[in-house]
Write a protein that binds this ligand. Structure first.
Ligand code: SF4
Length: 445
């Protein structure tokens, strides 16, 4: 049974040393009782207390990896219902489902799309994380061959073995055991056999049942059979059911410490219409799925889902920002143009991308405005003529360049006069209002 904050407090060192980030041991204990922090955040807690705290110190949603190696994706470990309370920590993995009865060529082509799905967006590498191989042929040797082919062609992708036949699943698991595949799935009918395979190979197992009552009974059964790393599939297909089931699962785990549902969630959202599928997948990502499985890998769809995921899993309390400095773009020389912007990540990546597109080697001075965009920083008094002048002067850029011309974002053209007054001997040029006009602007100079 979960312990209260006061019961937990009695087991802590009570030194109020603050190493956990809380001002007192009592504050830490209260947060731990709510599931908002992990016991490991206190480095001085005794082994005896760790043992006694038991369930209270375990994360309310079990955390473990999908896949193995550097590119393994961490799942679970979430502690809040809403991202304005605290950030969501482990971004939802995206997987594509392929059938083992596709021809080798088609199979290899889809897998290669997965392997090449990586894109860079706002400084982060985003990609399709996993491949689900479905046992559609009914032929276990064909299934094993398809699983091996996928494993070989997509060495960084996690594998989901989508096979309810224990005999076929066992052979396939053994073939790729070192990749720690996720086994999909245990049902009421095959739970014992599937649990044995998962336990023997130390791999996670999906529990699949129709509805939450049946699902929690199944996870208890599987756990009783010795499997600890479990993923939940409530059978939800429609957007309404995904929202309802996933929310109930997250609430039960966090608010009621209901252990049978304290696991990551997988949603299969396969649809014939790719736009409809992308919409349902977005709903699942937004509502607590740890793995979303789609039916095809298309660049436009990947970008939509990557963007949804990235936006949800950034910390809303910490602006995304880049380091304040003057960035060289495309090997500038001493007389290359010098532009300036703020350190909001999205602004930096868009502006630097457009400068790159122009193919005009340039410098971009990025000023620390606490992660605000240009207009917001100007309105907040952080991107003013005096502050820009101070930044440019202190940056030492005049030692590197042979001119004194600074290109100002068009949206703050109003600053140009004041800036010329503050930066003695400098020419201030007003650049484009929108980043997409930068290439034309730079090429036309
Ligand atoms: S780190 Fe441990 S001992 Fe120190 S204040 Fe936090 S809970 Fe107390």
């Amino acid at each position: 049974m979960a312990l209260t904050g006061v019961q937990i407090f009695k087991l802590l060192p009570k030194t109020n040393c603050k190493k956990c980030g809380f001002p007192t041991c009592l504050a830490f204990a209260m947060k731990l009782a709510q599931g908002g922090v992990e016991l490991s955040a206190c480095p001085d807690v005794s082994e005896e207390a760790k043992k006694t705290l038991g369930d209270a110190s375990a994360p309310p949603i079990r955390a473990f990896n999908l896949g193995a190696g550097d590119k393994a994706v961490k799942m679970g470990g979430e502690t809040v219902l809403f991202r304005h309370d605290k950030k969501f920590v482990n971004p939802c993995a995206l997987a594509v489902n392929i059938k083992d009865n596709l021809g080798d060529e088609e199979l290899a082509a889809t897998v290669s799309e997965v392997a090449n799905s990586e894109i860079d967006r706002v400084g982060q590498n985003l990609r399709v994380d996993a491949v689900s191989i479905e046992f559609a042929s009914g032929d276990s040797s064909k299934y094993e061959a398809a699983v091996k082919l996928v494993a070989e062609k997509a060495p960084d992708a996690a594998l989901i073995l989508n096979c309810k036949d224990p005999a076929a699943a066992e052979a396939a698991v053994k073939a790729v055991a070192s990749r720690k595949p996720l086994l999909y799935c245990a049902t009421d009918e095959n739970a014992e056999a599937m649990a044995n395979i998962a336990k023997e190979n130390a791999i996670p197992l999906v529990a699949c049942a129709d509805g939450l009552e049946a699902l929690s009974a199944l996870t208890e059964k599987i756990q009783g059979l010795g499997v600890e790393d479990i993923v939940l599939d409530s059978g939800a297909q429609k957007a309404k059911d995904i929202i309802e089931h996933n929310t109930q699962i997250r609430r039960s785990a966090l608010k009621k410490s209901f252990k049978p549902l304290g696991y990551p969630i997988i949603n299969f959202v396969l649809r014939d219409d790719p736009i409809f599928e992308a919409s349902i997948a977005s709903v699942a990502i937004a509502k607590y799925a740890s793995i979303v499985v789609v039916s095809s890998v298309e660049k436009w769809k990947n970008l939509v889902l990557f963007t949804v995921r990235q936006n949800l899993y950034t910390d809303p309390q910490v602006p995304m920002q880049v380091e304040q400095k003057v960035y060289d773009i495309s090997e500038p020389t001493a007389d290359s143009p010098l532009m300036i912007t703020t350190n909001f990540s999205l602004t930096y990546f868009i502006v630097s991308g457009e400068i790159e597109n122009s193919k005009v080697p340039s410098r971009l001075a990025v000023m620390d405005c606490e992660g605000l965009s240009v207009l917001t920083a100007w309105a907040a008094g952080k991107f003013t003529a005096a502050k820009i002048a101070q930044f440019i002067t202190e940056s030492g850029i005049t030692d590197t360049i042979s001119h004194k011309e600074l290109i100002l974002p068009g949206q703050v053209a109003i600053l140009s006069g004041a800036l010329e007054d503050k930066l003695d001997g400098w020419k201030i040029t007003v650049g484009p209002r929108e980043a997409n006009a930068i290439p034309t602007f730079l090429k036309g100079r």
